[in-house]
Design a protein around this ligand. Structure first.
Ligand SMILES: [Zn+2]
Length: 131
């Protein structure tokens, strides 16, 4: 994260202290599990962003990446920025990956993923943002 980005996050927190409120993030996790279930269970973790990554979040499949195996589970890490709505949208991005996990050699951001991502984002905005 560059300094400008961190500064803009600090400014956002001053204007709107509730951006760091992760209550909605937790509600979204529960609602996703209920309304958009996965073929395997998933754990979601809010973590401090490691210094050596450009990612905002990652989704892995425990054990190995391909193929999905019985008894495995998804592990989603969302790197906490302090800007909860931003982090929630990153969670949605990763949930869409878990919903349409690619076969070996397929692109992760393929049209199938994009369609699922769009569907989940519209659901999230309608249910949690627009109220
Ligand atoms: Zn992705």
């Amino acid at each position: 994260m560059d300094d400008d980005y961190l500064e803009s996050l600090d400014r956002l927190r001053e204007i709107s202290p509730d951006v760091a409120d992760y209550h909605t993030f937790r509600r979204v996790v529960i609602a996703l599990k209920k309304e958009f279930p996965l073929v395997f269970s998933a754990s979601v973790h809010l973590r401090r962003k490691p210094f050596d990554t450009e990612d905002w979040a990652v989704c892995g499949f425990r054990g190995c990446w391909f193929p999905l195996k019985r008894g495995g589970r998804f592990k989603i890490l969302v790197y906490r920025t302090g800007l909860a709505p931003f982090d929630t949208e990153n969670l949605i991005h990763e949930w869409a990956h878990a919903r349409v996990w690619p076969a070996e050699d397929d692109e992760f951001h393929c049209p199938t993923w994009a369609a699922e991502h769009g569907k989940l984002l519209r659901w999230y905005w309608k249910k949690f943002v627009e109220g």
